[in-house]
Design a protein around this ligand. Structure first.
Ligand code: CA
Length: 512
């Protein structure tokens, strides 16, 4: 740690010398405006070191320069960028014992929970107080508190926060439906009929049966479960009874159908292996028809392919299941976040900087960038400038390159809505306004013992389950005749015990 603080001191000195050296009005102005800012964290300019393996080095970006102006706190990235593997870089840093003031990772939860109790990271619950009201407000939210509290009762990182709203939904080729005189399916039978028609009636009009009716870029057929009101995840019924979705009768019905659909070529035969580029490939060559995916990025293909695939049009349709239930929605609390080094001598400054990022001003910087540059305030609401939503680069690219959308903040759904195209907006609105989104199973906290046992069991259960599902889909095992032995194997692997652990953790969550 000593060595590390020397580096910081030296770096700070250099920064100060540089400021003096320029002697220019701009630096002076920045310092002075810092003094007047209601967001001032420290009297003296203070630098926090940061570990972050990100494409954009944040230190000198416009957004982080603005944060420095407002708060008097700047960040200095000290992680080596030569190591592009974030996990390796993180482990090397943790092993060295020289932990920067702030540590960022997209999977911070795992590191925080594992190394926090060992003394690597400060419990932020002990740092948060009346002086950090924005963080206080966040960690009092049940879904956040439960998600970031470790088994020892402490919180070792602050997570990124999402709006509790729509994420994915169903989209279908309207141009294909029109070509065949069909309508979007409203239930499982109609879903099958539409896929069958796409497969056999040449909707792309090239004279070949080259259509791949259903595709996914997630490497599973899991999303098709939803059509049968089945779920591959933990879930809870109206009586508060927790159960593992894949052990339910609906799951059997789902796989009986999915296996049939796969055998008839209605599902991409390479669905398990085609990977993340599936949409680009199969919409790009005009062979794909139906998908369950994020509205924002999926609807973009309507713009991207406007010239190469004339008439190409994906539109949203209601979940084709009983009750029109959409089982996905955004996780409010996420694994991405920032931890504070337990050995840092600037923990009070660090926690206040995180607090600033959750303030109204901080949120605006993180979500919308710089006023007058990327957005204007119209009737008190930030509205992106046209080049951000309609430029050559995506809004996300523009914003991340200027240092926004970084580290940890609460995402404003309005930020995303503004760059969604009309078809994506229509899909989002349809799912939100019609109440299709169901409550998701919460992220739970466990005792040390529960945590270890639960993970041990579920690693085996999930591995067996996904292998068996593939065998069903490929037809190497028959669903109807092997479902009971499948259930017996889940039990043998300890599913009952895992369910009891989940139930206890869920009951605690509900009683809080
Ligand atoms: Ca065709």
């Amino acid at each position: 740690m000593k060595k590390y603080f020397k580096i910081t001191a030296a770096a700070l000195m250099l920064t100060m010398l540089a400021s003096c050296g320029t002697g220019g009005g701009e630096t002076e102005t920045a310092e002075t405006s810092g003094g007047d800012s209601p967001y001032l964290i420290t009297e003296e300019p203070t630098e926090l070191t940061l570990f972050a393996i990100t494409d954009t080095r944040l230190d000198d970006t416009e957004v982080w320069q603005k944060i420095k102006e407002l708060t008097n706190v700047s960040i200095k990235t000290v992680s080596s960028t030569s190591n592009s593997d974030a996990d390796t870089a993180m482990n090397t840093m943790l092993m060295s014992g020289e932990i920067p003031d702030l540590v960022f990772s997209t999977t911070m939860k795992t590191y925080a929970n594992e190394y926090g109790p060992d003394g690597a990271f400060a419990p932020i619950d002990e740092l948060i107080s009346d002086e950090t009201p924005n963080l206080q407000k966040q960690i009092e939210r049940k879904e956040i508190k439960s998600f970031i509290t470790n088994y020892d009762g402490h919180m070792y990182y602050m997570c990124g926060v999402n709006p509790d709203t729509v994420s994915q939904g169903w989209m279908i080729r309207q141009d294909w439906l029109d070509a065949l005189g069909l309508e979007a399916p409203t239930n499982a039978e109609e879903f099958y009929e539409v896929l069958k028609a796409f497969k056999t009636q040449d909707p792309n009009g090239n004279g070949q049966a080259d259509e791949i009716p259903y595709i996914s870029r997630f490497g599973t057929v899991d999303d098709l479960d939803f059509i049968f009101n089945a779920t591959p995840e933990w879930t809870v019924d109206e009586n508060g009874q927790v159960y593992y979705g894949p052990a339910r009768p609906e799951f059997k019905t789902a796989y009986e159908n999915i296996a049939k659909w796969y055998a008839e070529g209605l599902i991409d035969q390479e669905i398990y292996t085609r990977g993340a580029k599936s949409r680009d490939q199969l919409f790009g060559n005009n062979t794909a028809g139906v998908i369950h995916d994020w509205f924002g990025s999926t609807a973009q293909f309507n713009d991207i392919l406007a010239e190469t695939v004339p008439g190409f049009r994906l539109v949203a349709f209601a979940p084709p299941n009983e009750g029109n239930i959409e089982y996905t929605r955004r996780d409010v609390a996420i694994t991405q976040g920032v931890a504070i080094a337990a050995n840092s001598e600037k923990k009070d400054v660090a926690i206040k900087l995180l607090d600033f990022l959750f303030s109204e001003e901080g949120s605006r910087l993180m979500n919308f960038g710089i006023e007058g540059e990327t957005y204007d305030l119209v009737d008190g609401k930030p509205i992106f400038k046209d080049f951000v939503v309609n430029g050559d680069k995506t809004a996300i690219q523009i914003l991340t390159e200027m240092g926004a959308c970084s580290l940890v903040y609460e995402q404003d759904f309005e930020y995303e809505r503004q760059w969604l195209n009309e078809d994506a907006k229509a899909g989002s609105d349809m799912y939100i306004n019609n109440g299709y989104l169901t409550t998701r199973f919460p992220g739970l906290s466990y005792t040390d013992e529960e945590y270890k046992r639960f993970n041990e069991i579920m690693t085996n259960v999930d591995t067996f389950r996904s292998e068996r599902c593939q065998q069903w889909v490929f037809g190497s095992e028959d669903v109807s005749s092997t479902f009971d032995s499948y259930l017996a194997e889940l039990d043998r692997l300890g599913l009952q015990e895992a369910t009891e652990i989940q139930q206890a953790a869920y009951d605690r969550y509900m009683s809080e």
